[in-house]
Ligand binder design. Structure first.
Ligand SMILES: *[C@@H]1O[C@H](CO)[C@@H](O)[C@H](O)[C@H]1NC(C)=O
Ligand SMILES: *[C@@H]1O[C@H](CO)[C@@H](O)[C@H](O)[C@H]1NC(C)=O
Ligand SMILES: *[C@@H]1O[C@H](CO)[C@@H](O)[C@H](O)[C@H]1NC(C)=O
Ligand SMILES: *[C@@H]1O[C@H](CO)[C@@H](O)[C@H](O)[C@H]1NC(C)=O
Ligand SMILES: *[C@@H]1O[C@H](CO)[C@@H](O)[C@H](O)[C@H]1NC(C)=O
Length: 294
């Protein structure tokens, strides 16, 4: 338990500390063993504290999955609710609209004969860029079976997350569609947690694209967060979509693993994000070199 907490705290220091301070020495061990590339977490501070609580509870409960009414702050309800976040991002996310789990109000889990376990949740989600929250009722089914298959999600949200970002999206689209040179960037955010303002929309775009992976890969035993975009490259297209090849790092808070994925996706204001290919990459030492710091 203490190891995990050190990792979370160390990550927190990395984000909120002044640029000259990286990690405290006592955290080094945890970082290098568990977090070989000391990827910066970009989740909000409060979220990290929430996750800390979850981790503490997790150890105490030893991952025994409860049935019936759940403690809303308990890891079980939180993990299922996180899947709803990924689902909502795949549906409503954009370079200017990003949804985060704000709070779980209530949760219930039940075994569904032969098919798996179903969670019924009342949650609040936060549109992180406009800082508005709204309530959603959601159902998450984690299928049971030999082969792990993706959770099935249904969600009904109050205002249907209709923040109008049309104008900003159109401007971004035009800027990168018309540009002679193609975008190419790496380490978003950098190891101090900094994101160049011009790259923010692409960071968000990659989170949306990664939500397709995080949704697909989630189970009752995972809690995925986007950790970093190692690199993103815009590809030329014949059609009216913008196309990107990117290499992303996901963080599973439960296993403390950093998982590398390659993603090929398109985006346009009209069509939204479409993932063309996703491929999990094997752990490789070259991939885990710490980012270059300017
Ligand atoms: C977001 O809104 C809440 C209240 O609605 C407020 O307390 C908080 O300071 C806001 N955060 C930001 C970053 O604007
Ligand atoms: C989702 O994951 C399953 C394996 O769990 C895989 O077979 C499937 O291709 C994935 N879906 C996508 C869209 O990649
Ligand atoms: C969003 O705003 C644009 C102008 O910025 C407007 O043309 C469009 O109708 C709006 N869409 C919705 C759904 O309100
Ligand atoms: C074109 O792309 C380059 C490289 O991505 C960028 O520096 C420049 O600002 C872009 N030009 C415009 C007009 O947006
Ligand atoms: C992207 O980053 C990964 C991991 O650091 C690296 O293996 C890969 O070569 C990079 N690709 C490009 C095009 O920079």
């Amino acid at each position: 338990m203490s190891l995990r907490i050190i990792v979370v705290l160390a990550v927190l220091c990395g984000v909120t500390g002044s640029p000259s301070v990286t990690v405290r020495p006592e955290a080094d061990y945890a970082i290098t063993t568990v977090h070989p590339n000391s990827v910066p977490e970009t989740v909000e501070e409060t979220e990290l504290f929430e996750q800390l609580d979850i981790l503490v509870e997790e150890e105490a409960e030893e991952d025994v999955m409860a049935t019936g009414e759940l403690n809303p702050n308990h890891y079980q309800a939180q993990r299922a609710a996180k899947v709803v976040q990924h689902y909502l991002n795949t549906r409503y996310g954009s370079p200017y609209r990003l949804l985060g789990l704000h709070k779980v109000h209530s949760g219930n889990a039940e075994d569904v004969a032969d098919s798996g376990r179903k969670y019924q949740l009342e949650i609040s989600v936060q549109e992180t860029l406009s800082n508005t929250t709204e309530k959603c009722s959601a159902e998450v089914l984690f299928p049971r079976g030999e082969q792990q298959s993706s959770p099935q999600v249904q969600a009904l949200c109050e205002a249907h997350l209709k923040i109008n970002t049309t104008a900003q999206e159109e401007a971004l689209y035009q800027r990168y569609k018309m540009n002679q040179s193609l975008l190419s960037a790496q380490y978003i955010p950098d190891s101090y947690g900094h994101i160049d303002p011009d790259m923010k929309p692409f960071w968000h775009l990659c989170i949306v694209a990664s939500s397709f992976i995080m949704l697909n890969e989630s189970s009752e035993n995972t809690l995925y967060n986007m950790a970093q975009v190692a690199n993103i490259t815009q590809l030329a297209t014949e059609n009216d979509q913008l196309k990107f090849d990117c290499h992303i790092l996901l963080h599973d808070m439960v296993s403390q693993e950093i998982i590398h994925w390659k993603l090929l996706f398109t985006w346009s204001p009209q069509e939204g994000v479409k993932v063309l290919q996703m491929e999990q990459l094997p752990h490789c030492h070259d991939c885990e070199k710490p980012p270059n710091i300017n």
